[in-house]
Write a protein of this length. Structure first.
Lengths: 445, 325
C-alpha cells in the first residue's frame, strides 16, 4: 500500500532541521510520497519509519542483482500473464559446476558456457551465471574454482557450500562480483550476519510455504532483503502450482515474504526430461534456472523460449530491414517484398524456402508492424517502399526488374511502380501458406 | 508462520468432448478419449478440478511432407510411405493415444489425390489401430470439403475429430460431422475474437458444443509461439470466467509446425552454434509442447517419438500432483 504524505509526515522526526535538503519535514514527506526523494536523505529517521516506509515503497517482487561485469537482474514482475502487460526481466539461465570435478574439465566447461553466444532476431542470447557447488569441508578447492570462474568468465556466481567457514572464505573472494548464496538448510543467524556485512543475495530453501515464509520474514526483520526463494519439491506439478501460488501471493495479496524472485536447480532423468521441466518452469515464473549440464542445442532452445515468453506483447519483435537471401539466390532470382514484423518475416521466409526456390527477400522498416497494420499506418506504402529499394541499391544486386508484394496491399502496386521507374510490381498471394502454390503458377522474373 | 494459499474460484468450466467411439457407441475404437472438463487454469489442482489429463496424438501422412527432417525420417523410414503401418508403429512403439491422418496429398498442388483414395487411407488406418482418429484436411476449400465429406461418410459412427473448419469454410464440413456423428475442429488464426465468432457461427447452426475442439493455430518455438501462448491463455481465462463460446478444449500442433522450421532441419555442421541436430529437433518440439500445455492445450499432435515419450511422462507426472501442493 502506498502511504500518503501525511502518513509519512507522522513517521518523521518533525524537527524541521533541514538536514535532508528540504526546509520542513512536511515538505520532505510530500516529496517522499511522490517518490521524488529517498528516506535515507534524512539522517534522523527512526528504525520504525525506515521499516514502514520501506515496506510501503517496495515493488511487489523485489529486483535482485547477481554478478557485476555482466549483471543479471531478475524480479520486479507485476503480472501473472504476459498478455496483461509483459514479463519484465528474463530469467537467468546458468550451469552447475561441482568443485569435485576434474580441474581441466571445469575450466573447459566455464569457457564453453562463457563463449556460447547465439544471435536470434537481432538479440544476442547468452547464459547468465554459474552455480558453484562445494560439498567438501576444505575451502581450497572452493576458492580455486571461484578463481577459475573469475579468470575465465564475466558471469555472476551462486555459491552453494554447506560448510560455513569455506562459504565465508568464498564470499570474501567473490564479494566484488555480488554473488548469491544458496542456503540448503534453514536460514541461520550467521547467514544473516554474512548478508548484512557483504553485498550478497541469499537464496532461501524450504520444503513448505510456511517454512519459506518464516525464513523470509526472519531475514526481512533483520533488514536483509536481497532474497530469492527456493521452495523444493520432487514433482513438476507441485512446482508449477507452488510457483503460481507464490507469485499470486506476492502480486495479488501483497504477501511480502513471497515478494522475491524464484530460484530452481532442475534435476531430471535425462536431458530431454530436463528440457521439458526447464520449459515449464520458465513459462511459470522461475527467475533463475540452473541446469546440471550444458549442450548447445539445449541452451539455444531454452534461450529461444525465454525470448518468446519475455517479449513485450505490445512491442513486436522486429527484424533488421535489409535484403535477406533465401536459399542460394543469384542475381537472376526473384524478389519478394514484405514488412519487418518478425512473424511476417519468419512465415514468408519459411514458406519461400519450403517452396524449394531461392529468392531475395526485401524486408522494409515498418517498425515491426504486420502488412495490413503497416499499410493502414502509412508505413508500408508505395513511396516508402520505393525509397527503401533505392536506398539499398537493389537494382545493383539483382538482374530482375520485378517485385512481388503481399496480396493484402494490391492497392499500392500503382503507386509503387510510379515511384520505381523500370520496375514491374507483381501482386502476390494474401496468405504466406499459399506462397508455394503462387510460385508455381506465376512467372516471377 | 501461517500462510494461506490464495485460491481463485471460476464460474466457468471447459466443456467435455469425447473423441472416438467404441462398439457400444457405434464405432470400433477400443476406447473413447475425453478431453476438457477443467474448471481451473492448467494444472491448478489446488483450486479446481481437471477430470481428464491432456492427451498426445501422433500423425501419419498420405504424402510425405516436403523437406521432412532427416532426424524424424530415421524413426519412420520403413513405414512412412504406408500410413497404416506408420500408425501402428506410433501407437505400439511410441505410445500415441490418437492418430492424426494428414490428407495433404489431396491438395490440388500437392498431389491432388482423390477423395476416394483419401477415404481408403483412412479406412486402412482405422483397421490397423484401435485408437481414436483425427483427420486433417487443408486450406483448399473446394477439395478439402469434398475429401472430408467423403471421409466422414466412410467412417460413420467412429466419432473422428475432423480437422478443420474455418470462418470462411465451415458449413459443408460441419454438416458432414453432424450427419455422420463426428467431432469438429474450429480453427482460427491466433485471435480471441475470431475464435469466439466461429464457435458462435457453429452453435447457431445447431452444432452441439460438446462436439467442438478449438485450434487457436500453433506458432512453434521461435516462430510465433508467444502469440499462440498468450491467445490460449486469454481464451482459457475468459472461458473459465464464464464465456461459454470460449470454453472448449484446445488442440495444438507442435509436431508438424516444428518439423517445418529450419531448427529441425539444418545440421550442426551448417549451424555450429545451434548444436546437435538430433537433440535440437527433439528439444524444440518438447519446449513448444510443454509451453503450450502450460497455456492450456488439451490435445497435442506431435511428431518426434522422443518428444512424445517425454511429454506424456511429464503430463502424467504433473497430473499426479493432485495429492497436494
Amino acid at each position: 500500500m502506498a502511504l500518503s504524505g501525511l502518513d509519512i509526515f507522522k513517521l518523521l522526526p518533525k524537527t524541521n532541521c533541514g538536514d535532508c535538503g528540504v526546509p520542513t519535514c512536511m515538505a520532505f514527506a510530500m516529496k517522499l510520497a511522490q517518490k521524488k526523494a529517498e528516506l535515507n536523505a534524512c539522517p534522523h529517521a527512526s528504525e520504525e519509519a525506515k521499516a514502514k516506509l520501506g515496506a510501503a515503497s517496495e515493488p511487489p517482487i523485489r529486483l535482485i542483482r547477481i554478478g557485476k561485469a555482466r549483471p543479471l537482474e531478475v524480479g520486479n514482475e507485476t503480472v501473472m500473464f504476459r498478455h496483461e502487460k509483459t514479463f519484465f526481466h528474463q530469467p537467468g539461465i546458468g550451469l552447475q559446476i561441482r568443485t569435485s570435478e576434474d580441474k581441466a574439465r571445469i575450466i573447459t566447461g566455464i569457457k564453453k558456457v562463457e563463449n556460447y553466444k547465439v544471435e536470434r532476431v537481432g538479440e544476442e542470447l547468452r547464459a547468465d551465471l554459474f552455480l558453484i557447488s562445494h560439498d567438501a569441508d576444505d575451502k581450497d578447492l572452493l576458492l580455486k574454482t571461484i578463481q577459475m570462474v573469475k579468470d575465465n568468465s564475466s558471469m555472476g556466481v551462486i555459491l552453494d557450500c554447506p560448510n560455513k567457514e569455506a562459504l565465508k572464505a568464498g564470499i570474501e573472494l567473490a564479494k566484488e562480483d555480488r554473488p548469491a548464496v544458496l542456503l540448503r538448510k534453514e536460514l541461520a543467524d550467521e547467514d544473516i550476519e554474512l548478508a548484512k556485512t557483504h553485498p550478497i543475495s541469499l537464496i532461501l530453501t524450504a520444503p513448505s510455504f510456511d517454512g519459506l515464509a518464516s525464513q523470509a520474514e526472519k531475514a526481512r526483520q533483520a533488514g536483509v532483503s536481497d532474497l530469492l526463494l527456493n521452495l523444493t519439491s520432487n514433482n513438476a506439478g507441485h512446482r508449477l502450482q507452488n510457483n503460481t501460488i507464490i507469485r499470486r501471493s506476492a502480486l495479488r495479496r501483497s504477501f511480502k515474504p513471497f515478494g522475491y524472485p524464484l530460484f530452481t536447480f532442475i534435476q531430471a532423468e535425462d536431458k530431454f526430461d530436463l528440457m521439458a521441466k526447464a520449459s515449464a518452469f520458465l513459462c511459470k515464473y522461475d527467475s533463475v534456472i540452473v541446469l546440471p549440464q550444458f549442450d548447445e542445442a539445449m541452451f539455444y532452445t531454452l534461450f529461444t523460449l525465454r525470448q518468446n515468453i519475455y517479449t513485450d506483447p505490445q512491442k513486436p519483435i522486429q527484424v533488421d530491414p535489409k535484403v535477406y537471401p533465401i536459399g542460394d539466390p543469384t542475381p537472376e532470382s526473384p524478389v519478394f517484398v514484405t514488412t519487418n514484423f518478425s512473424l511476417t518475416y519468419f512465415m514468408v521466409s519459411g514458406e519461400i524456402e519450403n517452396s524449394g526456390i531461392s529468392a531475395h527477400l526485401v524486408i522494409c522498416d515498418t517498425e515491426g508492424q504486420s502488412v495490413l497494420t503497416a499499410w493502414a499506418a502509412g508505413k508500408f506504402v508505395g513511396d516508402k517502399i520505393a525509397k527503401f529499394i533505392k536506398d539499398i541499391h537493389l537494382e545493383q544486386q539483382v538482374k530482375t526488374r520485378k517485385l512481388v508484394i503481399p496480396g493484402f496491399v494490391s492497392q499500392i502496386s500503382g503507386e509503387l511502380e510510379e515511384n520505381l521507374p523500370g520496375w514491374e510490381v507483381i501482386v502476390g498471394c494474401q496468405e504466406a501458406s499459399d506462397i508455394s502454390s503462387f510460385i508455381k503458377h506465376v512467372k516471377l522474373t | 508462520m501461517d500462510f494461506e494459499i490464495p485460491k481463485e474460484k471460476n464460474t466457468g468450466r471447459i466443456i467435455e468432448v469425447a473423441l472416438g467411439a467404441t462398439a457400444e457407441q457405434g464405432g470400433s475404437r477400443s476406447q473413447k478419449i475425453i478431453i476438457g472438463g477443467s474448471n481451473a487454469l492448467p494444472f491448478h489442482f489446488f483450486e479446481g478440478e481437471h477430470p481428464h489429463r491432456p492427451v498426445v496424438a501422433m500423425e501419419v501422412f498420405d504424402k510425405v511432407p516436403a523437406k521432412y527432417p532427416s532426424t524424424l525420417m530415421e524413426y519412420y523410414r520403413e513405414v512412412i510411405e504406408r500410413p497404416e503401418e506408420m500408425a501402428k508403429k506410433c501407437v505400439e512403439d511410441y505410445g500415441a493415444e490418437l492418430i492424426n491422418v494428414r490428407l495433404e496429398g489431396t491438395h490440388p498442388e500437392k498431389g491432388n489425390r482423390s477423395a476416394e483414395e483419401a477415404a481408403d487411407v483412412v479406412k486402412q488406418v482405422l483397421e490397423s489401430v484401435s485408437v481414436p482418429l483425427i483427420i486433417t484436411g487443408h486450406s483448399h476449400f473446394e477439395k478439402t470439403n469434398e475429401v472430408l465429406k467423403k471421409v466422414c461418410e466412410v467412417t460413420e459412427g467412429e466419432n473422428c475429430l475432423i480437422n478443420y473448419a474455418e470462418t470462411d469454410n465451415y458449413k459443408t464440413i460441419a454438416a458432414a460431422c453432424l450427419a455422420y456423428n463426428h467431432t469438429l475442429v474450429a480453427q482460427t488464426p491466433i485471435d480471441v475474437n475470431l475464435a469466439k465468432q466461429l464457435n458462435i457461427l457453429l452453435t447457431e447452426m445447431n452444432f452441439p458444443p460438446d462436439k467442438i475442439v478449438m485450434d487457436p493455430l500453433t506458432g512453434t518455438l521461435g516462430y510465433g509461439l508467444e502469440y499462440t501462448y498468450s491467445i490460449m491463455e486469454r481464451i482459457r481465462v475468459d472461458g473459465l470466467a464464464g464465456d461459454k463460446m470460449l470454453a472448449f478444449p484446445m488442440l495444438v500442433t507442435p509436431g508438424y509446425e516444428t518439423a517445418k522450421v529450419k531448427e529441425a532441419r539444418v545440421t550442426q555442421e551448417d549451424y555450429p552454434e545451434w548444436g546437435d541436430q538430433e537433440l535440437r529437433n527433439a528439444y524444440w518440439e518438447i519446449a513448444a509442447a510443454m509451453s503450450l500445455l502450460a497455456a492450456g492445450a488439451e490435445l497435442l499432435i506431435m511428431d518426434h517419438p522422443k518428444a512424445v515419450e517425454i511429454i506424456k511422462k511429464n503430463i502424467i507426472e504433473i497430473c499426479s500432483s493432485e495429492d497436494g501442493v
